[in-house]
Design a protein around this ligand. Sequence first.
Ligand SMILES: [Fe+2]
Ligand SMILES: [Fe+2]
Length: 468
Amino acid sequence: MSLHDKIPNNVDLNHDRRLQKALEKWQPKFVEWWTDMGPEGFQANDVYLRTAVSVEKDGWADFRYVKMPDYRWGIFLTPEEKHRPVGFGDMINVPSFENVPGEFRNSLRRLIVTQGDTEPASVEQQRLLGQCCPSLYDLRNLFQVNVEEGRHLWAMVYLLHRYFGRDGREEADELLERRSGNADKPRILEAFNQPIDDWLSFFCFTMFVDRDGKFQLAALAESGFSPLRRTTRFMLTEEAYHLFVGDTGISRIVRRSAQLHKESNGDPIGLGGIPLHIIQRYINYWFTYSLDLFGGEISSNAADFFASGLKGRYNEEKKFQDHVANEGFVDIPVVEGGTLTNRQVPTRNAMNELLRDEYISDSENAIRRWNKVIASEGVDFELTLPHRRFHRHKGEYAGHYFDTDGAIVTEGVYRAKASEILPSEEDYALVKSLMVQVTKPGQMANWICPPKQGIDGQPLEFEYVRLN
Ligand SMILES: [Fe+2]
Ligand SMILES: [Fe+2]
């Protein structure tokens, strides 16, 4: 572990002078990007952050006050399991790839660039949120997520520089040149071009979009390309906290909304709360955008990634017996002549859909937990997840209209109901009007409950961000 090098790492960077030099040349560009596009208005403040300092299960993180531009973004791969072979696909049981096999070079680069692009994108999307944070605790969590997305960018850039030569270096530069929501140079995936202007959106994003990240990273953590497997394994350790921020953030809002519903007999707006049906609409919006991130229901790319041992299924090693998956079919409803009909899709071509299944069931668990919170406050309201076909922009269901139960409907019916189902301009305006910055240690905005506990054993009143 070289923690005190210019670039902290456990990949023996100082034994590869060329690579080290190339990354040290990229580093100031990254810092410049961070200064321009990172959290606005807080770059000079001390933030109580965790920094990855090891890949051991216990004690991998170090907590202390850091100014964000001084954060120690490092490159960490989990140790390689000895002689681990490729675990699935056509190359099953051959030794793991330590280098990029020539025939997979383009697809692998695409996978890494697409993952890498999401990391800075989310930092850009969230850069103004500090100005309307509900508490210092939440402000610190926002910044924690942001700096770790920065580290995830480093993780992908390391792979590009180390394994893809000049192409990789160019891709690494372009990762700092695209901008979320920019018409000329947008980020690659649509969910990462959507604005995040309020904290309900932020929590939905970390709940649903980062959760897509969890499943993508988990599928890559099965990869036969060893460096990709090892880097994504470690990213998952950090990612778990991002999901926690989203899940508990929504849960705290849901609880507060339920309390204010009760106090106000069903109209919490007057008491400064967010109505539960608006939370539902935000969930509908972000959940469905996240579903798009899994790619087409029927995908020859997904089949190729699996065949070549690059991207597995969720828990491929633990959960499945047949790692070749060359037989069998998955029934996928598709639209034909205006109605839904089942199509039998070879398992390998349905890999995106299988990963989406896992994601949906994981999301359903959260919905159940939030509904328990609402019930425990004595309010009669249930949150639901919309059907996977509703409001899709990619894949088989894009370009068609479905209701939230997945039934096909006409455009007219869809549009007539849209304002009840997706956030309206008024909803956004209302939520935004509640976003007033709260920065007194221990204080909480009225529309959200305090968390159960503080960070790293610190009390809630702890000064998680020093503002002066
Ligand atoms: Fe990330
Ligand atoms: Fe994340």
